[in-house]
Design a protein around this ligand. Structure first.
Ligand code: 13P
Length: 250
């Protein structure tokens, strides 16, 4: 089974519209004609339209970093799935550790968002990952399986293969301390085995699982050479056109 790799940018709360346009103008020529990997860019909400305009005529995928699960209503400050679709989004990051640990998102809320995204034809990039104290207490496997089970509860089996999962150990995010290839392989194999046991071979063969946490041009090769790792979700190193483009050369 060959899964197409994906290198995804999570810009978090960075850039203005002007900066996003300048990024795209410099980045696109660097990756023109590249077909070996999917490239996904997830800008902050106000930049999505500008990035959508700039990507016209390319195969670049567009995603948001969050959404609410309801269709519409009195939810001040929230963004609905149909709004993201209208802006051209293909994907939406859900359950990022910053949403979980800075903004208090629970597994129950993330589950509602995953189901809502799928119903609106948005591919969830579902993030799971353990905190440092959980790793030190040897609870990594347990935490990952719990997050997965809860996030995917009630999701129809036919949707599973389309979901993208990102294993992002919390202690490796923005810290410069990347997980070793062995750590990433172990966690991602566990995730794939879980998908296999619950949803069968077709889903576990097709589902893409990315690694995220201090991925840089200097270390991406370590992950991409692993059979079970299908790509990377990148924060810091996705902010500059040269370093993001360099990540495609794995
Ligand atoms: P860094 O690449 O900056 O560690 O961020 C990883 C991340 O959280 C991507 O979603």
């Amino acid at each position: 089974m060959t899964r197409k790799p994906m290198i995804a940018a999570n810009w978090k709360m960075h850039k203005t519209i002007k900066e996003a346009k300048a990024f795209m103008a410099e980045f696109l020529p660097k990756v023109a004609g590249m077909k070996h990997t999917d490239i996904l860019i997830c800008p902050p909400f106000p930049l999505i339209a500008a990035v959508n305009d700039s990507r016209e005529g390319t195969d670049i995928l567009l995603g948001a970093q969050n959404m609410y699960f309801e269709e519409k209503g009195a939810f001040t400050g929230e963004v609905a799935p149909a709004m993201l679709k209208e802006l051209g989004c293909d994907c939406v990051i859900l359950g990022h550790s910053e949403r979980r640990w800075v903004f208090g998102e629970t597994n129950e809320l993330i589950n509602k968002k995953v189901k809502s995204a799928l119903e609106h034809d948005l591919i969830p990039v579902l993030c799971v990952g353990e905190k440092l104290e959980e790793r030190e207490a040897e609870q990594t496997d347990q935490v990952l399986l719990h997050q997965l089970e809860k996030a995917l509860e009630g999701v129809e089996e036919s949707y599973i293969a389309n979901i993208i999962i990102a294993y992002e150990p919390v202690w490796a995010i923005g810290t410069g301390k990347n997980a070793t290839a062995e750590d990433a392989e172990k966690a991602i194999s566990l995730i794939r085995e879980y998908i296999h046991s619950k949803y069968g071979t077709d889903s576990s063969d097709k589902i893409r699982i990315l690694y995220g946490g201090s991925v840089k041009p200097a270390n991406i090769g370590e992950y991409m050479k692993l059979e079970t790792v299908d790509g990377a979700l990148v924060g810091g190193a996705s902010l500059e056109p040269a370093s993001f483009a360099a990540l495609m050369e794995f």
